[in-house]
Unconditional design. Structure first.
Lengths: 114, 238
C-alpha cells in the first residue's frame, strides 16, 4: 500500500463501511468477532478491529441493527447482531445509490485515462 | 486468559477515559463489545501468552477507537473539538477540592483514633488526655464534619469525568473511614484484640483513602489531557 493509500481509504470507508456491516448481517445474525474477521480479512475495509464496535453501537442506536444473546459452544454467551426492518431499507437504498456512485466514479476514472 | 489480563484492562480503562464524555449507553455498548471480542479471541489461545498483544494490536490503539466513536458527532472545528475534550475532563480545581475535603474529613480522624487505641494499649489505658484532645479521636467528632464531607461529595460529582472506578472509590472513602472509626471507637473488648484489629482496620482505611486520592489526582494528568485532546481530534481511521 502506498503512503497516500491509507488516507484515501479512511475517506472512502466513511459512509460505506456501515453499509458493509449491514450487508454482512443480511441473511443471518453474526457476533462481533465474526463480523470483524470477515471485514478485516483483506485489511481494506477495517483499519483495526476495535473500530468496529463504535460503528455497531451507532447502528444499534439508529435502529438499523438489533442485538440478542446466544450461547456459544466454545466460551461465554455471545451478543449477536441482526438486521432490523429499518436496516434492510437502509441497505437496499445504499445498494442502489452505490451502484450509481461506483459507475460514475469508474466512468470518470476511465474517461480521464483516454 | 481473558479480559482480566492487566494489558486488556489497561486498554479498556484508557478507552473508557477517552470516551468519558460520550452518551453512557453508547460508551458501555462499545466497551462491552470490545471486551467480548477480546475474551472470545483470547479463549481461542488460552496457552499463548503472546495472544493478548496480538489481539490488542489487531484492535488498534484506543485513540483510534475513540476517534471512530466520535465520527458521527456534528462537524466542528478542530479547535472547538479540542476545547470540548478539555472541558469534558475533570476540572482540576473541583477535583482538588474534592480530594482535600475527602482527606480532611477522614484521615485526621482515622489516624487520631489509631494513635488513641495504640497509646491506650501501650500504656494499659493509663494515659490521660486533655479534654480537648480526648474528644478529637472518635466517630462522634468525625460525624460533626459531615457538612464538609457532603461538600466533598458535591465537588466529586462536579469533577465526574474521572474513571468510574476512581470516582466511586473517592465517594466511598468517607463511609469506609467512618465505619472503621466507629468500630474502633465503640469496640473495646477484648482489650488487646479489639485494639489490634481496630488499628489494622484504620490503617487500611487510611491507606485506601490516600491511595484513592493519589490515583484520582493523577488520572488523567494535565499532560495526558493535552495528548488526549490532540489524539481524539485526529480523523477517524475506520
Amino acid at each position: 500500500m502506498e503512503p497516500g493509500d491509507s488516507a484515501i481509504l479512511t475517506h472512502l470507508r466513511r459512509g460505506a463501511l456501515e453499509h458493509c456491516v449491514l450487508a454482512l448481517l443480511d441473511g443471518e445474525p453474526r457476533y462481533g468477532l465474526d463480523i470483524a474477521r470477515r471485514l478485516g480479512s483483506d485489511g481494506v475495509l477495517l483499519a483495526g478491529e476495535g473500530t468496529l464496535y463504535p460503528l455497531l453501537a451507532r447502528l444499534r442506536k439508529q435502529g438499523l441493527v438489533a442485538t440478542t444473546w446466544a450461547e456459544s459452544t466454545s466460551g461465554p454467551p455471545r451478543r449477536y447482531y441482526s438486521l432490523t426492518a429499518q436496516g434492510r431499507i437502509a441497505l437496499a437504498t445504499f445498494e442502489r445509490t452505490w451502484k450509481l456512485f461506483r459507475d460514475a466514479v469508474d466512468a470518470t476514472l476511465h474517461g480521464g485515462h483516454q | 486468559m481473558n479480559s482480566s489480563d492487566t494489558r486488556v484492562q489497561t486498554y479498556l480503562d484508557d478507552l473508557a477515559r477517552m470516551l468519558s464524555d460520550l452518551d453512557p449507553g453508547e460508551r458501555d455498548d462499545v466497551l462491552a463489545g470490545i471486551r467480548e471480542h477480546l475474551d472470545a479471541t483470547l479463549d481461542e489461545h488460552p496457552d499463548d501468552p503472546g495472544a493478548v498483544d496480538v489481539a490488542l494490536l489487531r484492535h488498534g490503539p484506543p485513540e483510534r477507537v475513540a476517534a471512530e466513536a466520535r465520527a458521527d458527532q456534528p462537524s466542528r472545528t478542530r479547535e472547538a473539538r479540542a476545547g470540548d475534550i478539555t472541558s469534558a475532563l475533570p476540572h482540576r480545581r473541583w477535583l482538588l477540592a474534592a480530594i482535600l475535603l475527602t482527606l480532611v474529613t477522614t484521615v485526621p480522624f482515622t489516624l487520631a483514633t489509631v494513635l488513641d487505641r495504640a497509646l491506650a494499649l501501650v500504656n494499659n489505658d493509663s494515659v490521660s488526655w486533655p479534654a480537648a484532645v480526648a474528644l478529637f479521636p472518635g466517630v462522634v467528632t468525625m460525624f460533626l464534619t459531615w457538612p464538609l464531607w457532603v461538600a466533598g461529595v458535591a465537588c466529586t460529582v462536579v469533577a465526574r469525568r474521572l474513571a468510574p472506578r476512581s470516582w466511586g472509590m473517592l465517594l466511598a472513602c468517607g463511609p469506609i473511614c467512618f465505619a472503621a472509626t466507629a468500630i474502633a471507637t465503640f469496640w473495646r473488648e477484648p482489650d488487646v484484640v479489639s485494639a489490634l484489629v481496630s488499628v489494622a482496620l484504620l490503617l487500611c482505611a487510611t491507606g485506601l483513602t490516600a491511595a484513592t486520592a493519589r490515583t484520582a489526582w493523577r488520572e488523567p494528568t494535565p499532560t495526558r489531557n493535552h495528548e488526549l485532546g490532540a489524539q481524539v481530534v485526529a480523523p477517524a481511521a475506520t
